[in-house]
Design a protein around this ligand. Sequence first.
Ligand code: AMP
Ligand code: MG
Length: 401
Amino acid sequence: METGVSLDEAIQISLTEPLSRRTERVPIEEARGRVTAVPLLSKVDDPGFDNSAMDGFAVRESDCENEGARLEIVGTSQAGGASPPEIGAGEACRIMTGATLPAGADAIVMIEDTEIDGDHVVINGPARAGFIRRKAENLSIGQEALPSGSLLSSASIALAGTMGHGEIEVITRPRIAILSTGDELIQPGQELSHGQIYESNSHALASLVESMGCVAIRHESANDSLDELRETLDSLSFCDAILTSGGVSMGEWDLVRKIMEEEGNLSFWRMKLRPGGPPLFGNWKGTPLFGLPGNPVSSLVVFHVLVSPWIARSLDYHEETGPRLTQKVSVKLEEDISGAPGKLCLRRIRIRSEDGELLASTHTHQGSGNIHSMVAHNGLTLLPPDIDGLEGDIVDALWLV
Ligand code: AMP
Ligand code: MG
């Protein structure tokens, strides 16, 4: 068992026990929020045929060189309609957006630039070849347009549909159990007695787990009792992984650490991180388990920097198109922000863009118990161990997206 590991070491160690990656096929109607398990190739050319980008008239450009040219209307091309007639010199065909370009036409005049005169059309504006959408100009058959590991969000699911995929091979959502621990915890909405607090971590962690493409199995919080903890962990072993919060520090009542030491398999305990020093990782009778700190800021921050990369790398999420919660950026500090001796320091910052720069400032008390700091801010510094950030410094940060 390692103690006091760096973030990189913690990620490496946790990846020796990855989440298992399984796949399944789902209909496109149910694919929203899922992650592609294979690259998706286009089954069609897009567009499949030359068509019009405008409502107007399909013409020969050479017939429209003089303003006011009069052309005979020989037919109509409608989206989804029958093949339009071929046009010859001095002729035009009415055309709708998306409708097939008639043979013989090489340009489109927008409807706004025309006037109808009986069975003729008067051309008052430019005839443009650029208003034709050419076959396969967006995608060609066999093109790999959506990589494996992509989140199926609004645009990517539309792309999958455009490419003709009625069913999509996706990663099976792993089930991740979430268990808060602590005698003092009460579910929000109930009456508090003296010394009790509302339990919030499990709700935040469930939301993060779902955003990372997994199913959150939230268990009611466990009391600080070894027997209750053992029974609850055993009951959660049907899940693919377990996240606990609380009970991993040095105290006598930090029973998650104790039970993992005595009855589980512990790979590391404590990280060189502030906030978020006490986490542990190992497995409970074969099920990977992260013991996250109880302090609300710490448990969220450790999810962002440790658990989220573990999920993403276990499941082979694509670095750019896969689900992710943070983006690494460089920010300019608007004030001095102190680092931490020997630890990577994740201060909460508010990042805003001004004059082409990302500026970072702090706005609330930075205590690891103050969850308000995670809402009043939208980023975390990545100040290396022993480094203080000074006003004007450019430093690495994570933007919470
Ligand atoms: P622990 O790591 O169990 O010592 O908890 C550290 C601090 O976080 C204590 O002040 C706890 O009351 C608080 N805490 C622990 N678990 C939760 C939770 N699930 N929701 C909100 N606060 C918590
Ligand atoms: Mg506790």
